[in-house]
Design a protein around this ligand. Structure first.
Ligand SMILES: C[S@@+](CC[C@H](N)C(=O)[O-])C[C@H]1O[C@@H](n2cnc3c(N)ncnc32)[C@H](O)[C@@H]1O
Length: 243
């Protein structure tokens, strides 16, 4: 199974302190935009890929989902998710999205929040997700925006006319990138927007929405420190349908 940074003590401790870990979905700035992409949950059999602490799984059930299969590769993330869950209709399973194996036509919604930029082999993962969905079922996911997964080293961030400028590093060179976030040398998988779209279409999905997320004016008014996120969007939100 993939060696996972989320099981490393210092990283896990840092991640556990983030607002999205403490407050759940309400602590995730992009959640209102993600939620707007989701269908009604009533009666749906939901697949949550890279579920982390399980905040989405529990929300989906509260909204009426019939069941949730929530998969993550990290034993620590799953242990915390299980501690916070008392619901027999949510199943947490340890699994690696690089080798995802789920039953065919068994789910009415696939969801993933900020996990796929850790996964190298989406050429395998996306077709498995498509087969796991019933015809026409939605697939909604977020990833770190490709402008974020191809950053230049921090020292290269410059100021032009008093504004911070973020140069890109080899945007078209896809693959492993190391970054220092909560721990040193965290490995992420950089791919371009075009590659995400081609992978989706190649797997037989119809793209229905693509959003380069940044905070709204109202959010910046509440959290002025988020204004910097408008310089380069931190997240890409995608919705598709299985055909
Ligand atoms: C940024 S966290 C997001 C957690 C949750 N989806 C959320 O939005 O709160 C990324 C999650 O992806 C999981 N992950 C990373 N690589 C994975 C892989 N290859 N297979 C399964 N899960 C993976 C991590 O363990 C972690 O829980």
């Amino acid at each position: 199974m993939t060696r996972n940074i989320y099981d490393q003590e210092d990283f896990f401790a840092g991640y556990s302190r983030l607002p999205r870990s403490v407050q759940g979905l309400d602590g995730a700035a992009e959640w209102p935009a993600m939620r707007a992409l989701l269908p009604a949950m009533t009666g749906r059999r939901v697949l949550d890929l890279g579920c982390g602490f399980g905040w989405f799984a529990r929300w989906a059930r509260r909204e009426g989902a019939a069941s949730v299969l929530a998969i993550d590769v990290s034993a620590k993330m799953l242990a915390r998710a299980a501690e916070m869950t008392n619901d027999p209709a949510i199943t947490y399973a340890r699994g690696d999205l690089e080798m995802l194996d789920v039953p065919a036509a068994a789910f009415d919604l696939a969801y993933s929040s900020l996990a796929f930029h850790y996964v190298a082999n989406l050429e395998h993962t996306f077709p498995v997700i498509r087969r796991a969905l019933t015809p026409g079922a939605p697939f909604v996911f977020s990833v770190e925006h490709p402008l974020y997964t191809a950053p230049s080293a921090p020292g290269f961030v410059t100021a032009v006319d008093g504004r911070r400028v973020w140069p890109l590093d080899r945007y078209l060179d896809e693959g492993e990138r190391k970054t220092d976030w909560l721990a040193t040398g965290v490995i992420k998988r950089h791919r371009t927007i075009g590659t995400y779209v081609r992978l989706l279409l190649g797997a037989g999905f119809t793209l229905t929405h693509l959003e380069e997320w940044g905070p709204t004016d109202a959010q910046i008014a509440q959290h002025p420190e988020w204004a910097v996120e408008r310089d380069r969007p931190p997240f890409m939100l995608v919705a598709a349908r299985s055909s």
